[in-house]
Design a protein. Sequence first.
Length: 292
Amino acid sequence: MSTTWFITGTSSGFGRLLTERLLARGDRVAATLRRPEALTDLRARYGDRLWLAQLDVTDPEQVQRVVTEAFETLGGIDVIVSNAGHGVFASVEETSDEQIRRVIDTNLLGSIRVIRAALPHLRAQGRGRILQVSSAGGQTTYPNFSYYHASKWGIEGFCETAAREIAPFGIGLTIVEPGATPTGFGSALEAAPIMPEYENTPAAEVRRALADGSFDLPNDPQKIADAMINLVDSGETPLRLPLGSDTYDDVRASLVARLAEHDAHRAVAFSVTRDDLTRPEPAFEAGDQTAS
């Protein structure tokens, strides 16, 4: 039995790969993108199994209209993939207010809009899956990506809350966290005028690594697309799906470091409890690490 998917940001990268693979195996895809002509080759090959619509996720009214139209036209949608994204590559001072707004409006607000627009329809069905594409940068950070991280950490917080709220309706939500992958996303990053003050900082080191090609991109985009499809096929609904050895290693190191710092402040954390309350005993002693 075929599955019906709704995917944003399908002109390139993971969105395009997912669309190609799903159509090739017989599924139906509602593919949305800013320039629908970018998928005319797939439309010619697969006909009505590919439903195309122009969509800019920064336009709230358009998001509502397109999502509703897709559900009504296709008679229901099984999987929503919120994939459209934008990036700005610059230090915190170099980035303009306009660039900041664009990345937040696309990655954070745009993703929220897509999920919120889909939820009434998924609730009415009594079932459905949502895949929110984030990145390793939704749990850890790298220099020169501060505003990208702001958007990805934000959408992960939103999705973690939403997943608990919508589970009683039979709707599963998974945050997908790909690592560094050669999808063309890097070449599409917005840049900003370079401030010489940051020349001898980690921001400049990462900028040079991207420029000279030494920034490692260890992951296979086709394998990542397949892993996302396999997750849906399996019926499993983990909250997060790390994809890439770099994602696994970097996020784990970040979590371990954060937990160690968190534990180091145990005494001061408990010290501010009101005097009229009994202070609870901690579940573990400071320095007790269960992760190795």
